[in-house]
Design a binder for this molecule. Structure first.
Ligand code: 13P
Length: 248
């Protein structure tokens, strides 16, 4: 069984004042039976690490550059994220793919850099609504995975998040059968590529996860947790999701 992870992606939200949510969250969840991760904007990583100290909340990042240093204005290297206290990094989020034109090959290069820096790589895949309507979801997700996982990646430091683009921030979610179909397919693809160790790679579902729908999603086969956007910004909402995962 893969370990369970409740991960929050704060996206481009949060300044100093938002860090009060971390202490509130820690107080609400105690020691749950799952990992808890928050990925704030890079500007808050080291401050969040300080505020989360002594709690179960780990801190991650949302993107990294594939190079270790150099002339890349505005970018951040994986080593720098680790130095700031991040232990994991989200890569290939659909917003990065759309806003910054990141390709599968870019994501693989970023993931290789993240793994070299000692970070866990949370690799995101998922279809647009047009792709789902065209019934290419399973093939697309398989090809995103194949292209985004670097050669020689250590399965123990990989996490995969399935995030249908049309479910992000929309309040819409796939049916439980649709989630099960994609997660089963991802597990099979990972097993084919990485062998038996793929059974231990956490598969997260992301897209409009809320306290109210978390438990039914976590009951789906091969769903080991969630990558949560909007509902990770408020401690009470995210605590509800953590509690549901802990009980799953
Ligand atoms: P929402 O939970 O706001 O739909 O966002 C999901 C997401 O993109 C997490 O990475």
């Amino acid at each position: 069984m893969a370990r369970k992870i409740a991960a929050g992606n704060w996206k481009m939200n949060g300044t100093e004042a938002a860090l009060a949510e971390v202490e509130a969250l820690a107080g609400m969840i105690g020691t749950p039976d799952c990992e808890v991760l928050l990925c704030p904007p890079a500007t808050l990583i080291d401050r969040m690490v300080a505020r989360a100290e002594g709690s179960v909340v780990a801190v991650g990042a949302q993107a990294c550059h594939p190079a270790t240093s150099g002339a890349h204005t505005g970018d951040i290297a994986a080593d720098m994220l680790a130095d700031a206290g991040a232990t994991q990094v989200i890569l290939g989020h659909s917003e990065r793919r759309a806003d910054h034109g990141e390709t599968d090959a870019d994501v693989a290069a970023q993931a290789a850099a993240a793994l070299t820096a000692g970070l866990t790589a949370i690799i995101c895949v998922g279809e647009t609504e047009a792709e789902r309507d065209a019934e290419v979801t399973l093939n697309l997700v398989a090809s995103q995975l194949a292209g985004s996982i670097p050669e020689g990646a250590d399965p123990a430091r990989l996490v995969v998040a399935y995030e249908p683009v049309w479910a992000i921030g929309t309040g819409r979610t796939p049916t439980l059968d649709q989630i099960a179909e994609v997660h089963t397919h991802i597990r099979a693809e990972l097993t084919q590529r990485l062998g038996a160790a793929a059974i231990d790679i956490p598969l997260l579902y992301g897209g409009s996860v809320k306290p109210g729908n978390a438990a039914e999603i976590f009951a789906v086969n091969d769903v080991d947790g969630a990558l949560v956007g909007g509902a990770s910004l408020k401690a009470a909402d995210f605590a509800g999701i953590v509690t549901a995962l802990s009980a799953a």
